[in-house]
Write a protein that binds this ligand. Structure first.
Ligand code: G1P
Length: 294
């Protein structure tokens, strides 16, 4: 069985939920503390052993390409000033993995973005990581999903129980339990159903391990919700033709495309940091008390 080596990271979206911050900079470059959101995603892929990263970009996304490139002026400056820790950090970003860029000319949907990677992925299984979903490191979700893929050789979706009201924001899975409560077989999946039509509360979150047959399914998929080519619809087709699994996990995920979750993620990251965590935790405790928040 082919080992999964490749990760596709769609980053062509317009980021309208974060205007005006995203007017002149890609939403993927918004920082969570001192790192742009997309760096967490690339680090997650690399941490799970994926070495070949394909970022799907669009117009106005140069900052992403620059971020993962060498920065000779900055490196020279840091070296001359003796700022070696910073220099190491900056170099690590460009040495992390082999990163390729594919430009999606028109934003025709997530399925369309993934289809654009076919020429690079070819006939290998691959992972898809959506930048709006931040998975906290301790969760090891992608590793677990890759282990399931290693066992069954089939596609695996990252999945999570959400409230009935929220299911209409996601791909909703009709599951059939296998083995244990963490693993389900996907009977079908439907993109953003009305709560009353959803087959369950089990939502696909933005992590997928896909077999290359998905590309053929994408070719046979018509535009769906919002007039966009939906990855979910292609996965639904795939699930009718070969087994697709859902790996169900709990917690440790933030939708950083949403303002409240963006704030929560920032706070969660800050309290765990070695350099600022202690001071920030103490301030946060005082703040909650001062404002009588609890
Ligand atoms: C996308 C997918 C959806 C999935 C979600 C996870 O939707 O289309 O199936 O559940 O990501 O975050 P989006 O959030 O881009 O609208």
């Amino acid at each position: 069985m082919t080992k999964v080596r490749k990760a596709v990271i769609p980053a062509a979206g317009l980021g309208t939920r974060f205007l005006p911050a995203t007017k002149a900079q890609p939403k993927e470059m918004l920082p969570l503390l001192d790192k742009p959101a997309i760096q967490y995603v690339v680090e997650e892929a690399v941490g799970a052993g994926l070495t070949d990263i394909i970022i799907i970009t669009g117009r106005g996304k140069h900052a992403i390409v620059d971020h993962f490139d060498r920065s000779f002026e900055l490196e020279h400056f840091l070296e001359a000033k003796g700022k070696f820790d910073e220099l190491k950090q900056v170099r690590e970003i460009s040495d992390m993995a082999s990163i390729h860029y594919i430009r999606q000319r028109d934003p025709l949907g997530l399925g369309h973005a993934v289809a654009a990677a076919e020429g690079h992925v070819r006939d290998e299984p691959f992972a898809v990581l959506l930048g709006d979903d931040l998975i906290v490191e301790s969760t090891h979700l992608l590793q677990e999903m890759l282990a399931v893929h290693g066992k069954y050789g089939r596609s695996v979706l990252g999945a999570m129980e959400v409230s009935r009201d929220d299911i209409s924001l996601y791909g909703a899975i009709e599951p059939e339990l296998v083995e244990n409560e963490h693993l389900a077989r996907v009977r079908s999946i439907v993109e953003k159903p009305a709560p009353e039509d959803a087959p369950s509360n089990l939502a696909a979150i933005g992590r997928y391990v896909l077999t290359p047959e998905i590309f053929d399914c994408l070719r046979r998929t018509q535009p769906g919700v919002g007039g966009e080519l939906q990855l979910t619809d292609a996965i639904n087709l795939l699930a009718q033709e070969q087994a697709v699994y859902a790996y169900v996990f709990e917690g440790g995920r933030f939708d950083v495309g949403n303002k409240i979750d963006y704030l929560k993620a920032t706070i969660e990251l800050a309290i765990d940091r070695d350099d600022i965590g202690k001071e920030f935790r103490s301030w946060l405790g005082d703040f909650v008390e001062r404002k009588k928040l609890i």
